[in-house]
Design a protein around this ligand. Structure first.
Ligand code: COA
Length: 117
């Protein structure tokens, strides 16, 4: 987390009126391409549209920086995140077999891309 603050990284967080952290994202911009490094919504605040709003915010910031392509990686079994990304225009471009440690064994990473052009 600390290595993703400042420099080529950008981000945003959402909080409630009582200043409870609701969620955040971290993006990285380099030479016309952005990567969504992390996006997370407080379990108590999930399924209320906050993840979608954070992803829209990431897209706006990324485009303002000059992004033409956005990339991300997601666990193959993370259905909530996969559906969020697919519904916002991401397509699978490759898989990294056994990339993530899982409770038993390993899990594939799906690499996804969205084009803004
Ligand atoms: C993935 C995550 C960020 C989604 O945030 P959220 O605020 O719960 O999502 P939203 O309420 O904005 O829902 C946005 C879309 O996500 C999808 N979605 C969210 N939860 C879902 C679920 N349980 N099952 C299927 N689809 C789901 C839907 O497509 C939904 O769109 P819809 O409401 O129009 O159908 C959240 O579940 C999270 O923080 N998970 C843990 C961290 C994580 O896995 N981050 C992603 C790492 S790649």
């Amino acid at each position: 987390m600390l290595s993703c603050i400042g420099g080529r990284y950008f981000g945003y967080y959402a909080q409630s009126s009582s200043q409870e952290m609701l969620g955040f994202y971290i993006g990285e911009y380099v030479a016309g391409e952005s990567t969504l490094m992390d996006i997370c919504v407080n379990p108590r605040a999930q399924n209320q549209g906050i993840g979608k709003q954070l992803l829209h915010h990431y897209h706006q910031q990324a485009q303002a920086l000059g992004t033409e392509l956005s990339f991300l990686e997601v666990r193959a079994k993370n259905i909530a995140a996969l559906m969020l990304y697919i519904n916002q225009g991401y397509v699978e471009i490759s898989r990294r077999t056994g990339y993530y440690p899982a409770e038993t064994g390993y899990e594939d990473a799906i690499v996804m891309r969205k084009s803004f052009t």
